[in-house]
Design a protein around this ligand. Structure first.
Ligand code: NOJ
Length: 722
């Protein structure tokens, strides 16, 4: 029987209470929950157990047995958990994964996470997070793909494919959940859960495409967000959920609310009480309520009183059952406990190491890296050199410090017998202002051939509800850098972070600067390879790094304004007399450009771009142009270069950004190698949404730009004709 028929057949046998039971999700695996499962009053549990594998699988199986064997209709549970960037094998944070621009590898990493999580009885992850985020104060920027809609779309789609595979019913696959729908990353002031105001055109051009990409990749579920979106909380927003997602896009899976976001429509000020919140959520298109109990307590009465139509309940339950069928839960609800031996296998650790390597972004290098092979001694300094839990980053519920290899451990291992590795943390932790360890750090650095300095944010400084009003290195870390600046040895800073930081205060004092994000379980070995030149950095920034907090938001795809600063007019010294010639869109006291732009990242080689050629000067609607460029590795080191293609529509019926990423490709280049790289640019890539929400392409001149960062590009023009 086809899924739709099985769903219809089952729906026909369900009571109203059983249907609503499917729409309720509880957290934790208590005996009380098990009773509710037996009564058919719970359709999903998240965080069913915190125990070790294989006990985790056993607990999940017990709950499944209560559903399958002891409830009247035997409908299996869908067991969820936040498997955000790996499970026991922790991958770099998603923002770091985005920096790799390597989507096949991101997909492989999600498949690893699915294999490990499914072995512990998990059927469903609340990932990928595909909220475009242009404000680094927002702590959840760590969990997504950064500032760009295309990169975030590709990242999300790759993760969906990795989690679900070609057949989500395979025992090693789990359902994905694209979240948080929608606009959550645009929280005012970068403060989590805060209000968002996003015009429809911007929603459709910037915030919605990553969700559409996940839907197109087959995402079985979506999560509605916490934020108030243009006056209607996303969880009660019929325009976003019913009109765009379910009607326009034809999404056939189900929508789960975020944690208590149904009930939170009361403090938002949309609903007066829990029954009203339940009604608004179901009417808008939420199919399952996470944690709060508006559905379980009130939906039966609301339907009986005719305030919620039965068709909406049938539609919601049909979607949930459909996903359970597609996951194969009706046919094989249990997890083989012996499968827990898949955790942390060498193959999984290898994926984590490769992804950590590719996610690192080299921002500065005065020939200090790679470290010379003949060093006699190396100073390892800084609060994150040996902080196994912090290097895992936010949202690592199942990662363990004891599984993690730190940079200190990895460098000791790699240099054993040939170089003396000396450790002086300088600061006890990232937030400390206790400078007592500075003297020892200076002494050790001065005694060694070079100093590598591991700085940044601890894992607790990013993630949900972990927003910051300042973006500088916390504690006395800048002072630590300053204290080492004059020891007369090369100083290399490695920054582990969940967000862009303002590094203006350290960049001049260090000889090299590498951003490692929170690199996960295998961050140490990946960094050791990069520092020692076993591999070359190849990541590019998925988000701009501001010079100072006052510039935020700063992102590459901004509008031009009527008064863009001419080149060279960046930043006017404080106190400059007012001069009408200088009335540009700048700051008086700081350059307006970011310190490091989107797409930027160095390697140990040198890629140069030449010969930008278009297959023709014009194309008509529906046609495709070939954009080709020659990329050359002008060095003696093998590199991988992320070639980026941007477009600008300089004159349109609505003003367009100065640049938008339309494609990218990771290209391996042997020493001295030149390659022709081609992109196919179709008129559909030139579309934007007008004020009525329609997707249009306007004829006229377009600029195309190709390069190794958003600011360093070759340019050409073409025309689109009717
Ligand atoms: C709240 C978070 O916003 C969401 O991302 C997460 O998946 C749920 N809690 C479940 O833990």
């Amino acid at each position: 029987m086809r899924v739709e028929e099985r769903v219809r057949e089952l729906l026909n046998r369900m009571t109203l209470a059983e249907k609503i039971g499917q729409m309720c999700q509880v957290t934790g695996g208590t005996e009380e929950h098990k009773d509710l499962v037996r009564q058919g009053r719970v359709g999903s549990i998240l965080n069913v157990s915190e125990s070790e594998a294989p006990d985790r699988a056993r607990v999940s199986n017990d709950f499944q047995a209560a559903a399958v064997k002891e409830s009247r209709l035997g409908v299996p549970l869908i067991i969820g958990r936040d498997v955000i960037h790996g499970f026991r094998t922790v991958m770099p944070i998603p923002l770091g994964q985005a920096a790799s621009f390597d989507m096949p590898l991101v997909e492989e990493a999600a498949a690893v996470a699915a294999r490990e999580a499914s072995a512990c009885g998990i059927n469903w992850t609340f990932a990928p997070m595909v909220d475009v985020a242009r404000d680094p104060r927002w702590g959840r920027i760590a969990e997504g793909g950064g500032e760009d809609p295309l990169l975030t779309s590709r990242l999300g789609a790759a993760m969906v494919r990795g989690f679900q595979g070609p057949d989500p019913a395979h025992p090693e696959r789990i359902a994905a959940c694209a979240k948080h729908y929608v606009g959550y990353g645009a929280a005012e002031g970068g403060r989590d859960y805060n209000t968002t105001w996003i015009p429809e055109g911007l929603l459709r051009d910037v915030y919605l495409p990553s969700f559409k990409a996940c839907v197109d990749a087959g995402a079985l579920t979506l999560m509605s967000a916490f934020n108030d979106l243009n006056g209607i909380p996303a969880t009660g927003n019929p325009w976003a959920l019913r009109q765009v997602l379910k009607t326009e896009w034809g999404f056939g899976g189900f929508v789960v609310s975020d944690w208590a976001s149904v009930e939170e429509m009361i403090p938002h000020g949309l609903c007066s009480d829990k029954p009203e919140a339940a009604r608004a959520a179901v009417a808008a298109g939420v199919d399952m309520e996470m944690v709060s109990a508006c559905f379980s307590e009130h939906l039966v009465q609301l339907v009986e009183a005719g305030r919620v139509p039965m068709e909406l309940i049938d539609d919601a339950v049909g979607r949930i059952l459909g996903v359970k069928f597609q996951l194969g839960l009706f046919d094989s609800p249990y997890t083989e406990e012996a499968r827990s031996n898949v955790l942390l296998t060498d193959g999984h650790l290898d994926v984590a190491k490769r992804l950590a390597t590719e996610s690192c972004v080299l921002l500065k290098n005065d020939e200090a890296l790679p470290l010379p092979g003949d060093m006699g001694s190396l100073a390892v300094i800084g609060p994150l050199a040996d902080a196994p839990v912090d290097q895992l980053g936010c949202w690592t519920m199942d990662g363990r410090g004891e599984d993690t290899v730190t940079p200190l451990q990895a460098l000791r291992e790699a240099l054993r017998g040939r170089c003396d590795v000396r450790h002086a943390p300088g600061l006890p932790d990232c937030r400390s202002t206790d400078t007592a360890g500075f003297a020892e750090a200076r002494r050790v650095a001065g005694d060694c051939d070079a100093a590598v300095l591991f700085l940044g944010e601890d894992a607790g400084l990013s993630g949900e509800a972990h927003c910051r009003a300042f973006l500088d290195l916390p504690g006395a870390q800048e002072e630590l850098v300053a204290a080492l600046a004059d020891v007369g040895r090369p100083v290399i800073a490695i920054v582990m972070t969940g967000r862009p930081l303002t590094l203006t205060g350290i960049v001049e004092h260090v000889n090299a600067l590498l951003v490692a994000w929170h690199p996960g379980t295998m961050g140490g070995p990946a960094l050791a390879d990069l520092l020692l030149g076993v591999s070359s950095p190849s990541g590019k920034l998925p988000v701009s790094f501001p010079r100072t907090i006052g510039q935020v938001p700063v992102y590459y795809a901004h509008k031009n304004t009527g008064r863009p600063a001419p080149p060279g007019k960046e930043g006017v010294p404080v106190g400059t007399p007012l001069d009408p010639e200088s009335f540009f869109s700048t700051y008086l006291d700081m350059h307006h450009s970011p310190l490091f732009p989107f797409g930027y990242g160095l390697s140990y080689g040198a890629a140069s771009y030449s010969n930008l050629k278009l297959s023709g000067p014009a194309l008509s609607m529906g046609e495709t142009l070939e954009v080709a460029v020659t990329v050359t590795n002008d060095s003696a080191v093998a590199i991988e270069e992320v070639v980026q293609l941007y477009v600008r529509d300089p004159v349109a019926s609505l003003t367009r950004p100065v640049k938008e990423l339309k494609d990218f490709m990771r290209v391996p280049l042997a020493p001295g190698e030149s390659r022709k790289v081609s992109f196919a640019l179709g008129t559909e890539h030139l579309a934007f949404h007008n004020g009525d929400g329609q997707r249009i392409v306007e004829p006229g001149v377009f600029h195309v730009m190709v390069g190794g960062s958003s600011q360093d590009v070759l340019k050409a023009e073409f025309t689109v004709t009717d």
